[in-house]
Design a protein. Structure first.
Length: 296
């Protein structure tokens, strides 16, 4: 079970905080961009090369600290086929370092098209990530074809249940019977994955959750006891790191924390060193969460 491997990495490193990779080009260090332009000339190939170098240098420096990387697909896709090639290389590099790889593509389609998405992102002939984020708006038809592939390839999924963007509540907080839509999406993950549990008791189908309210996070954990969470924390519309512990069980299992702000840390540091500020953000987040969680 893929989430079992992730949770073992979290326990080994005593750190549930992942490194997000994939940023707009203005957040890539200019010295890397200049070097790529000198080598390849102006254009998307140089931009993709600079983004890849930034990502691989961060991975090399932080691989003993972090359990996982989250590849934010839109920023790679924005650079065309060169960007997608660079994303594939970044995923390969992360696997070589022993890191758990999440492709944050948030794809959504049904039946055969969903299966095609799965082969692209999870298949051995594709990006070969360990986990794919998916939009389950189309219901179980968007999940079940992917689940078949996950069982064959020992991969896993994260359904988008609650996001942190300002307008999320327009849809996700709508009442649907005795629950809101965000809960219904989480329940779908719980229902489809209830008979597919790993050795640590968590399903192959997890849920992405971002909420500023600790009470909502507690309710989701109680509601979805066997569902692994990718928790967005520390940003606008997200819970604080101090409240992140509500996503974990008593053994320190069941969640991974995404700090999307980490790769941007060098922008405000005022230092030429762009790796140390990112490391500091990850370490500070880890130390904050560890005050409330014991990893067993």
């Amino acid at each position: 079970m893929s989430f079992d491997r992730l949770q073992k990495l979290i326990r080994t490193r005593k750190n549930p905080v992942a490194l997000t990779l994939g940023v707009p080009m203005e957040a890539v260090p200019p010295q890397l961009i200049d070097s790529s332009v000198d080598k390849l000339g102006h254009g998307t190939e140089a931009s993709a090369d600079a983004l890849l170098r930034f990502s691989t240098e961060l991975m090399d420096a932080l691989s003993s600290l972090i359990p996982a990387v989250i590849l934010r697909v839109p920023y790679w896709e924005a650079l065309g086929w060169q960007g997608l090639k660079a994303l594939d290389q970044a995923a390969f590099h992360a696997r070589e370092l022993g890191l758990f790889v999440i492709a944050d593509a948030r794809r959504g389609d049904a039946n055969a098209a969903a299966a095609a998405y799965g082969r692209t992102w999870l298949g051995k002939d594709g990006v070969n990530a360990d986990c794919l984020t998916v939009n389950a708006y189309q219901g179980s038809d968007a999940i079940e074809p992917l689940l078949e592939l996950c069982r064959t390839e020992d991969k896993c999924l994260l359904t988008v249940a609650r996001t942190s963007n300002p307008s999320a509540g327009e849809i996700q907080d709508l009442v649907s019977g005795d629950r809101v839509v965000g809960q219904a999406l989480g329940d779908l993950a719980g229902r489809l994955g209830r008979d597919d549990l790993g050795e640590m008791g968590y399903s192959r189908i997890g849920a992405m959750i971002a909420t500023p309210w600790p009470s909502d996070l507690r309710a989701m954990r109680k509601r979805l006891e066997r569902t692994f969470f990718l928790l967005n924390a520390g940003g606008d519309g997200e819970c604080t790191l101090e409240d992140a512990w509500y996503a974990f069980d008593k053994y320190g299992r069941g969640a991974l924390v995404a700090m999307d702000s980490a790769p941007f840390a060098w922008l405000t540091s005022g230092a030429a060193d762009y790796i140390s500020p990112v490391r500091s953000v990850i370490e500070d987040a880890r130390d904050t969460v560890k005050q409330f969680i014991t990893f067993l």
